[in-house]
Design a protein around this ligand. Structure first.
Ligand SMILES: NS(=O)(=O)c1cccc(NC(=O)NCCCCO)c1
Ligand SMILES: [Zn+2]
Length: 258
């Protein structure tokens, strides 16, 4: 199976997932000065009000909060999107120390972590699974986390992490609205890319917010108490550095909201 270690990490994924060397892989290094200012790009609109979080779990690659996606209560629309896309889950990628851990980089610089809010096109497709293989099937909102002051709401997640320490563990997690994790500005970069983990489907319209949110080193440290391994395994491997490095742009254009 795939992972982030020596033998099973990002440089080995192409063996089982040849699309790893495809033409629209993610993440990428975003170079702001090369992004195209596109005045036709409207604002991102997030309707997370009647948010329907269900559970939080450790899938052996990250910590994931899943949502009830049986209707259009929690959607993202506008910006580069032709339809509303339904919120399915969010998860994080992080490093082992300060300066690296995000998947996208900006002018070659990484952030300590990156939050991915994953949405699917329920107008055109019947399930997340079907959408995840379609070129316009998914929309992922990426938010950078930098170390600084305590984040006033992130504790709601970090306080639950001890309950999902082991791969395969999960617990109820109701009433969490991810709107509280957004920065003040919704200015963004957008480009066509892929899932950043196997199966690496080239099905994602990426929307990466320019403004990071601040979280404390203490809060980030709690993510590193999670394990890649299950309770029954004797090998206890700390969950950290679960990020894929930037992939070749291969001629793609990155657009910038104004
Ligand atoms: N990291 S990401 O590109 O936002 C992303 C979004 C949605 C799904 C995935 N990857 C997967 O679902 N991989 C399937 C296996 C993971 C759980 O075992 C990655
Ligand atoms: Zn992700």
């Amino acid at each position: 199976h795939w992972g982030y270690g020596e033998g099973d990490g990002p440089s080995a994924w192409h063996k089982n997932y040849p699309v790893a060397q495809g033409s629209r892989q993610s993440p990428i290094d975003i170079i702001p000065h090369q992004a195209l200012q596109d005045r036709s790009l409207g604002p991102i609109v997030l309707n997370y009000d009647h948010c329907t979080s269900i559970n939080i779990s450790n899938n052996g690659h990250s910590v994931v909060v899943e949502f009830d996606d049986s209707d259009d209560r929690s959607v993202i629309q506008g910006g580069p999107l032709d339809n509303p896309y339904r919120l399915k889950q969010f998860h994080f990628h992080w490093g082992g120390k300060g300066c690296e851990g995000s998947e996208h980089t900006v002018d070659g610089y990484g952030y300590a972590s990156e939050l991915h809010l994953v949405h699917w096109n329920a107008v055109k497709y019947c399930s997340f699974g079907e959408a995840s293989t379609a070129p316009d099937g998914l929309a992922v909102l990426g938010i950078f986390l930098e170390t600084g002051d305590d984040h006033r709401w992130l504790h709601m997640i970090t306080d639950a992490l001890y309950m999902v320490k082991f791969k395969g563990s999960g617990t109820e997690f109701k009433g969490f609205n991810p709107k509280c994790l957004l920065p003040s500005s919704l200015h963004y970069w957008t480009y066509l890319g892929s899932l950043t983990t196997p199966p690496l489907h080239e099905s994602v319209i990426w929307i990466v917010l320019k403004e990071p949110i601040a979280v404390s080193e203490k809060q980030l440290g709690k993510f590193r108490l999670l394990l890649f391994t299950g309770e029954e395994e004797d090998q206890r491997t700390r969950m950290e550095n679960n990020f894929r490095p930037p992939q070749p742009l291969k001629g793609r254009k990155v657009r910038s909201s104004n």
